[in-house]
Ligand binder design. Structure first.
Ligand code: PMT
Length: 404
């Protein structure tokens, strides 16, 4: 499964180092080229010779011990990796990664690599629950680092609880999944709306909302990773467009409506994460409106509801709407699901810290016509996107796609 793949295995100082030797052996048996980096603390637990013998390569420990003059070793290791795995990962390496510290071979390699990173923490139960550690893990998750949860049980320090390094078999499964990503949306055309629409009042003023585009862009990126052909119809947003995605930029709700409707017939899945203005100014002034009296009244007219129109016109398309609510969240969400004839609806209660507008994380409940099908705790928008799309892919099942 791992033939042709280079895996940099970072081993940091904890009693679970002995399990890293088993992992190294399994990786080599699966055909991977394994390059081991040990911290000095790790060498106190297991001799580098163990990893050297299992991987058939020198073990890198000291940044300044440059054995091959033709390369800079930490850059060479960083560049050669298809995946970097840190097992066991101590609280110390997690903190260094979160704060960009590069003071040894492993931490400098981690700063230099562009490869995906999988971290398998192992530590005392109270250390694992310490706010500093959970905050650092949150920072890393938001940057796209993957984690494999430690197991619960008897710890070497005498405590019973969460902190045991995941078993090597479990880490192998996660590695194989990361290196052979499944593409359950291959052959499907997915259209995602994102960002906030803007309704012009005059050439210099407009009405909009707080959407940053992060949720919709994360969905577009995840759909692309899962094999779909993706079109992102985006209003105002403050982030970079994911690579490999077709982008259609729009300003107002009417523009978004036109862009979505023009592509709807040839789309398999529509995900409406955009925050769409329900009303627009009745008149848009071509010149800057001048200050006059003490008050000013702005007349607004209703915009069309894009999701509702899609629900009425859909043939075979699968439609996912979002609901951003501040009160009576579930009641309003279920009403929207029915009224807009969506197949699925993602509810975010935007009053919750860590959820909704502008944040890197979200907290959502996902509904279909039968009721709630998932309740996701706070996690990165990237993870929410992946979990949502996995559910969509499950529902699409055997349906043929536009590209199929
Ligand atoms: O962009 P971020 O900063 O990451 O924030 C993410 C988010 C909070 C914007 C996102 O998670 C979200 O909830 N998007 C939907 C926001 C919204 O407009 O919700 P709503 O409850 O007003 O609308 C319900 C659904 O109908 C939405 O899918 C919306 O796109 C759609 N709609 C609404 C009005 C309208 N005129 N046309 C529509 O299609």
């Amino acid at each position: 499964m791992l033939k042709g793949k280079t895996i940099v295995l970072g081993v940091t100082g904890g009693i679970a180092c002995y399990k890293a030797a088993a992992l190294c052996s399994k990786l080599a048996q699966a055909g991977a080229d394994v390059r081991v980096i040990m911290t000095v603390s790790a060498t106190k637990f297991v001799a580098p010779l163990t990893f050297q013998t299992l991987s058939r390569h020198d073990v890198a420990i000291d940044t300044f011990d440059e054995k091959d003059a033709s390369v800079v070793q930490h850059i060479d290791l960083a560049d050669s990796a298809d995946l970097v795995v840190i097992a066991p990962a101590t609280a110390n390496i997690i903190a260094k990664m979160a704060h960009g510290i590069g003071d040894d071979m492993l931490s400098t390699t981690l700063l230099a690599t562009e490869a995906p990173i999988l971290v398998a923490p192992a530590m005392n139960v109270h250390m694992y629950a310490h706010p500093a550690v959970t905050d650092n893990m949150r920072i890393l998750r938001e940057r796209g680092v993957s984690f494999i949860e430690p197991g619960e049980g008897q710890l070497a320090c005498g405590y019973v609880g969460k902190g045991r390094l995941a078993e090597p078999e479990e880490i192998m499964t996660a590695i194989t999944k990361m290196l052979n990503p499944s593409t359950p949306l291959a052959g499907k055309k997915v259209m995602v709306t994102a960002g906030g629409t803007m309704e012009r009042i005059d050439p210099v003023r407009y009405i909009t909302n707080d959407s940053s585009g992060k949720m919709g862009y994360a969905i577009a990126e995840a759909a692309k990773r899962m094999g779909a052909r993706v079109t992102l119809v985006t209003g105002k947003a403050s982030i970079d467009v994911p690579p490999g995605v077709e982008v259609v930029r729009v300003e107002s709700t009417l523009d978004m409506m036109d862009a979505v409707m023009a592509r709807f017939e040839h789309t398999d899945v529509v995900i409406k994460a955009a925050a769409v203005a329900d009303y627009r100014p009745a008149h848009r002034s071509d010149t800057k409106i001048k200050k006059k009296g003490e008050t000013m009244t702005l007349e607004l007219v209703k915009n069309p509801d894009i999701a509702e129109t899609l629900g009425e016109r859909k043939t075979n398309q699968f439609i996912v709407s979002f609901a951003a609510e501040t009160n009576n969240a579930e009641e309003y969400a279920l009403d929207k699901l029915k009224r807009k004839k969506s197949d699925m609806l993602v509810l975010n209660d935007v009053t919750m810290p860590g959820a909704g507008f502008g944040t890197d994380t979200n907290i959502v409940k996902i509904f279909d016509r039968s009721g709630m099908i998932a309740s996701l705790p706070q996690m990165s928008k990237r993870e929410v996107a992946e979990r949502l799309l996995a559910l969509v892919a499950e529902r699409l099942g055997g349906r043929g796609g536009s590209d199929a």
